[in-house]
Design a binder for this molecule. Structure first.
Ligand code: PLP
Ligand code: TYF
Length: 397
């Protein structure tokens, strides 16, 4: 019966994680998957989340199904974080938000809703983008093309070509944007550049779909959400997926949300209904535990302040490690201009590394990065950063 099934190659990022796990060399360094590690190389348990966990575990409530749209207090807190507490659109009731199974679940539900109501639309993702963007949008039935984003020769954003391409898109094309901490390049738009993109989105009637998986890892919670706020100000109708996997260090709890910003409250009511229907068709309702942790933190002034300070600490540590890598590379290879690395934001660095370099880094130096040349800067620490700079210089010579 099932001999018709073809083999599945898997996700190269997750496969590399397994190869790393099985590597016996004590000096091994994992800069492949996008996870935040602390300065001891551990996935942190945040204090704020730990305190919330203790509170939640004290509760003797039974584990009930959540509604299709998830935990209402969690959705409300997510809206405040994503859109800002005083967003007029929130008070006008024209933003519909549901709890989702991680940021990935938000992308899937949003893609399903869009595909149903815009069956003639194509989808566009940046070149390059997180591979799962293509997988999820194609899985929902979209034909997915790319828009220019990054110039490998200059190691910088290719803004002029990006803008020219966006201007030529058909109305109602679904365009996926990373508001901050672009995965994989770390190359972000400035606020002035986002303003230009917002003008194009509105004048060309494009459907912006924002994927915000790293809010707070770039410049801060509000700065990183600049595109969200600018689209609201421009009265655009658009979608935002957000994720707490990294910012709360809650990868396995699968916490995210999906918001649809609509023209008015009536439209938002229908958007909520369609998101609920997509949830029902996929998994019925989201899991309760992780959302109760996030909600407890965000809705308690003291825990929220503690979380913000822990987030700032993670952001600062990444920035410090980026500088340390940059300085190490400049010492090892003074003839190469590494300045592009310092212009990148968030967890990732993107270097002109070829597949053969990647293999040598892994085989000769036990340094794991993915094939595209993406480096997870958050995997660096005092104990490994100099060795990593040395390894890069050795293979790139
Ligand atoms: N979007 C981007 C750009 C990501 O890098 C990730 C990473 O995991 C996600 C979405 C998915 O987040 P989640 O793990 O919450 O599904
Ligand atoms: O890009 C990354 O490494 C992270 C983690 O299927 C990730 O976003 C990678 C692959 C995947 C799910 C999460």
């Amino acid at each position: 019966m099932f001999n018709v099934l073809s083999a599945y190659a898997g996700d190269p990022i997750l496969s590399m994680q397994l190869a790393y796990r099985d590597d016996a060399r004590p000096e091994k360094t994992n800069l492949s998957i996008g996870l935040y590690y602390d300065d001891q190389g551990r996935i942190p348990r945040l204090n704020s989340v730990q305190q919330a966990r203790e509170r939640v575990l004290r509760s003797t409530d039974p584990s009930m199904y959540l509604p299709m749209s998830g935990n209402p207090a969690y959705c409300k807190a997510s809206q405040v974080l994503v859109f800002g507490a005083d967003a007029p659109a929130l008070h006008e009731g024209r933003i519909a938000t549901i709890q989702t199974v991680g940021g990935s679940g938000a992308l899937k539900v949003g893609a399903d809703v869009l595909r149903k109501f815009f069956p003639g639309s194509q989808a566009r993702i940046s070149d390059p983008s997180w591979d799962n963007h293509r997988a999820i949008l194609e899985g929902a039935g979209f034909v997915v093309e790319t828009y220019p984003y990054f110039n490998r020769d200059t190691q910088r954003l290719d803004f002029d070509r990006m803008v020219a391409d966006l201007k030529a898109l058909q109305q109602e094309t679904v365009v996926l944007f990373h508001p901050s901490c672009h995965n994989p390049t770390g190359a972000d738009l400035s606020q002035a550049q986002w303003d230009q993109v917002v003008d194009i989105v509105v004048s060309r009637r494009l459907i912006a779909f924002l994927d915000m998986a790293y809010q707070g890892f770039g410049d801060g919670l509000d700065d990183d959400a600049y595109l969200v706020r600018a689209l609201v100000r421009a009265n655009a109708s658009f979608l935002v997926a957000n994720s707490y996997s990294k910012t709360f260090s809650l990868y396995g709890e699968r916490c995210g949300s999906l918001s649809m910003v609509c023209a008015n409250a009536d439209e938002a009511g229908r958007a909520l209904g369609q998101m609920q229907q997509a949830v029902r068709r996929n998994y019925s309702s989201p899991p309760a535990f992780g959302a109760s942790l996030v909600e407890t933190v965000l809705n308690d002034a003291e825990l929220a302040a503690l979380w913000r300070s822990e987030l700032a600490e993670m952001r600062t540590r990444i920035q410090t490690m980026r500088s340390r890598l940059y300085e190490g590379l400049c010492v090892q290879q003074p003839d190469v201009d590494w300045a592009f690395l310092m212009a990148q934001k968030g967890m990732f660095g993107y270097a002109p590394v070829l597949a053969q370099h990647m293999m040598r880094l892994r085989n000769e130096h036990a340094v794991y990065i993915i094939e595209s040349g993406r480096i997870c800067v958050a995997g660096l620490n005092d104990a490994n950063v100099d060795r990593v700079a040395h390894a890069f210089a050795a293979v790139l010579k």
